[in-house]
Design a protein around this ligand. Structure first.
Ligand code: CTP
Length: 467
């Protein structure tokens, strides 16, 4: 039989367990990832007996290791070089790392494996002398890993009701590994979806972010949607689904369009917030949808309305409200701009304005837009792509020439006040805006000399004289 666990850290735990006459096993995610061929440095050890005492003894043997003890939960955490090892007593109840419920009943290894979430997470490897390194796999987790199946060890209704977050975990593992959820475990998702309401939004969003970071996030979102899980916490995204037809004219299904854009972005970037921008770029569409006679379906200002919806969505989903929100808002607000440019002649001043408004986010904005160019008509796609390439070229040229990224206008309000002997007032702002607009329109160059002369001219036109 194949022997796992060759690193000395496992030998250290095994020796100590032998001295203390307790059984110990490596379990859960570490075993799964090891069998998948990418072992982590996070080890969970189940101890049949006292987990905390074993942790303390191992730490002492290793020398100079700190152990953090969570007495109520019967767990202890230690760091050993760059390994993070958690010791836990085998339990009869459901295993939840972040449960606030203290554990009451100790159990056997079998009890412990029974109460874990999925067969692929319920395997263990022995650290005991007689069987060191052998895999204990009561539910066929190794086969499920090979065949790409997510399955609960017990009746899924029991496993999910022990901890409803596991429904999100099922989708997360399916999406990150590109596995399928077996039929009964899948059907139970729909049956139990409403029970997600007892789970804190932070934990749900944590899993959601992991789904978003998977290689092809649409896989996860389709399951979330089809099982009704998405409806529990993200109604705005659900509202994107569907296509309405009137007088033979339909609009695209914005939910599936959003998933295509998200997958396109995911192929090009691992940035979680850029992926969020993809998810949210059309979020304003349901609210702005209107049928206009003679034109068809319109979504006027969905970029602007969408950006305005974001603080409420972020707050409810408990996503960070600071710079990440601002970044996503900016991309959503600007997502039509590069495409709009491609529809007319790409003028220097339009590109200059885009560069000014997008600032540091210009590259991410361009990436989002290229991901958003979907149409069923190949000629249309070809034309979009060609124009888009033109915008990209122009952006490079203008940036080189005008250095507009994160640009600050060369004339300050203080200088305007000093020059014309003004106190802070609206006129100062007006002159500043006029100078900025002239630079963005290309009427004057982006340099101090030209801007200074233009300031004097503007002041004179307003009837101001030099101080
Ligand atoms: N577990 C569980 N139910 C949960 C959370 C965790 O049964 N709701 C069990 C699983 O056996 C899991 C182990 O606890 O493998 C460790 O949990 P955790 O570290 O949260 O997840 P991992 O499976 O290790 O995966 P990852 O590190 O990718 O989150």
């Amino acid at each position: 039989m194949k022997s796992y666990l060759t690193h000395p850290v496992f030998k250290l735990i095994a020796e100590t367990a032998l001295e203390m006459r307790v059984e110990a096993y490596v379990v859960g995610g570490y075993v799964r990832d090891l069998l998948l061929g990418h072992p982590s440095k996070d080890i969970d050890v189940v101890v049949v007996g006292k987990g905390i005492e074993l942790a303390q003894a191992v730490a002492q043997k290793a020398g100079n290791c700190k152990v953090k003890i969570f007495k109520n939960f019967g767990t202890a955490m230690m760091r050993y070089n760059d390994w993070e090892i958690e010791f836990v007593g085998a339990r009869r109840e459901s295993y939840r790392r972040d449960s606030r419920k203290p554990i009451v009943e100790e159990g056997t290894l079998e009890d412990d494996q029974n109460r874990r979430d999925f067969t692929i997470n319920a395997m263990s490897i022995s650290l005991n002398e007689a069987s060191y390194g052998t895999l204990i796999d009561p539910f066929g987790g190794e086969d499920d890993l090979k065949n790409g199946v997510i399955r609960t060890p017990l009746d899924p209704d029991i496993t999910y009701s022990d901890d409803p977050l596991r429904m999100m975990r099922a989708v997360r593992f399916a999406s990150t590994f590109n596995f399928r959820i077996n039929q009964s475990s899948y059907e139970a998702l729909s049956r139990n979806a409403k029970r997600l309401s007892i789970i804190s939004q932070e934990r749900i969003s944590d899993e959601l972010n992991k789904i978003i970071l998977s290689p092809k996030p649409s896989l996860g979102f389709k399951v979330l949607f089809n099982t009704g899980l998405l409806h529990q916490f993200f109604p705005e995204m659900v509202a994107l689904q569907g296509a309405e037809f009137k007088e033979g004219k339909g609009h695209k299904d914005n939910f599936f369009h959003t998933l295509i854009v998200l997958d396109n972005v995911a192929e090009m970037s691992d940035n979680l917030w850029l992926r969020w921008a993809a998810i949210l770029h059309d979020i304003g569409k349901p609210k702005t949808k209107k049928w206009v006679d003679g034109i068809g379906w319109t979504f006027h200002a969905h970029d602007f309305i969408g950006a305005k919806m974001l603080p409420g969505i972020f707050k409810r989903l408990k996503l960070p409200m600071g710079d990440n929100l601002k970044y996503v808002q900016k991309l959503v607000a600007l997502h039509l701009r590069p495409i709009a440019l491609t529809e007319e002649i790409v003028s220097d001043s339009a590109v200059r304005r885009l560069l000014f408004d997008a600032g540091d986010e210009i590259d991410d904005l361009m990436l989002l837009c290229s991901a958003d160019m979907s149409s069923k008509i190949p000629e249309k796609i070809k034309r979009y792509k060609e124009n888009f390439e033109l915008v990209r070229q122009k952006l490079i040229e203008i940036e080189e020439k005008d250095k507009l990224r994160n640009w600050q206008p060369p004339i300050s309000g203080e200088l305007i006040m000093e020059t014309f002997g003004l106190k802070p007032c609206k006129t100062v702002g007006d002159i500043k805006t006029t100078i900025r607009e002239a630079i963005l329109d290309g009427k004057i160059k982006n340099d101090y000399g030209e801007a200074y002369a233009f300031m004097i001219e503007t002041g004179n036109n307003l009837g101001l004289s030099l101080k």
